[in-house]
Write a protein that binds this ligand. Structure first.
Ligand code: F6P
Length: 326
């Protein structure tokens, strides 16, 4: 088993609340085990540019409550090339780094797996950090809980004004390929309909649904950004001319869903996963993701985490939603 002395930690892809608690846990668990840690700024771009700094116990003081990531993040195209990966490897070797913790989503893990297959002498553990909650092997990803709560807060506020004016609102939430935020926020916010990338809801079905609930003083439809009709504006345009009983409005929540102080769930999850990631490295693991399954920490190979798209939109939730939103 490789004896690890120095660990690099980075965040990559879209930021997610909970990344900071995770960074804190990685740094402090590593130092507790007498390992050195370097922070890499701006994800894989920072590996290529050698944009790193030594991290100590106090480097991560008072960051539990901070949204975003103190390490900054980026979507780095150069790391997808052989040349980019080689530059990153040379920089890591020059600093005698022998292990990495990468916190991010599927793009981050794809880069990590490719890198680790080329350069297996640097062990890599992934932590699922994305508001989309779309990685196989973890019931929850960092940021999903906070983002969902942010959306619910927005729905509640919009409901107040929608109700006062007897309006129909289409609220677009994030999720290019994943309807997890839309479904759960829709349930918690009492949405009349939820439109997801994973299932096709026909416009006729939507109109029937909205018209079949008599005496409602407002209606809210949650639309995930990757939904098939092209987003909330496009759907609203079609529905507007068909449903005369309501005035129709659209709200796009956008990037505000990615910000904010992490919820207690995301702080605890970030801490658990960061701690587990370092322990996995110390036990000689590599090319794996640490995840939460049934409230226990489990390892899943990066390959499996990427290759199996876990359909997290449980059928019973969909069925329940249709009944409860009458
Ligand atoms: O992956 C997280 C996510 O927030 C998606 O839900 C969204 O589609 C995407 O990132 C937006 O990415 P960007 O911030 O690069 O526009």
């Amino acid at each position: 088993m490789q004896n690890i002395r120095k660990i690099a930690v980075l965040t990559s892809g879209g930021d997610a609340p909970g990344m900071n608690p995770c960074i804190r846990a990685v740094v402090r668990t590593a130092i507790y085990n007498n390992k050195e840690v370097i922070g890499v700024r701006q994800g894989y771009q920072g590996l290529i540019d050698n944009n790193t700094y030594p991290m100590h116990t106090r480097s991560v003081s008072n960051i539990l409550a901070l949204g975003g990531t103190i390490l900054k993040t980026a979507r780095c195209l150069e790391f997808r090339t052989d040349e980019g990966q080689e530059k990153a490897y040379r920089n890591l070797k020059a600093q005698e780094v022998d292990a990495m913790v990468v916190i991010g989503g599927d793009g981050t893990f794809t880069g990590a797996l490719r890198f680790s297959r080329r350069y297996p002498d640097i062990a890599v553990i992934g932590v699922p950090g994305t508001i989309d909650n779309d990685l196989y092997g973890s019931d929850y990803t960092l940021g999903f809980d906070t983002a969902t709560n942010t959306v619910i807060e927005a729905i509640d506020k919009i409901r107040d004004t929608a109700d006062s004016h007897d309006r129909l609102f289409f609220i677009e939430v994030m999720g290019r390929d994943s309807g997890c935020i839309a479904l759960r926020a829709g349930i918690a916010g009492g949405a009349e309909a939820i439109m997801l990338p994973e299932t096709e809801t026909g416009i006729e079905d939507l109109i029937n649904k909205l018209e079949s609930s008599p005496n409602k003083s407002s209606s809210i439809v949650i639309v995930a950004e990757g939904e098939h009709h092209g987003g909330a504006y496009d759907i609203a345009k079609i529905v507007k001319d068909r449903i005369k009983s309501y005035h129709t409005k659209v709200t796009i929540l956008g990037h505000l869903q990615r910000g904010g102080s992490p919820s207690s769930f995301d702080r605890i999850l970030g801490s658990r996963l960061g701690y587990a990631a370092v322990n996995a490295l110390l036990q000689g693991e590599s090319q794996k993701m640490v995840g939460l399954r049934g409230n226990a920490i489990k390892l899943t190979s990066l390959e499996e985490a990427l290759s199996q798209h876990e359909f997290k939109l449980e059928d019973d939730l969909m069925e329940m939603t249709n009944i409860l939103s009458i």
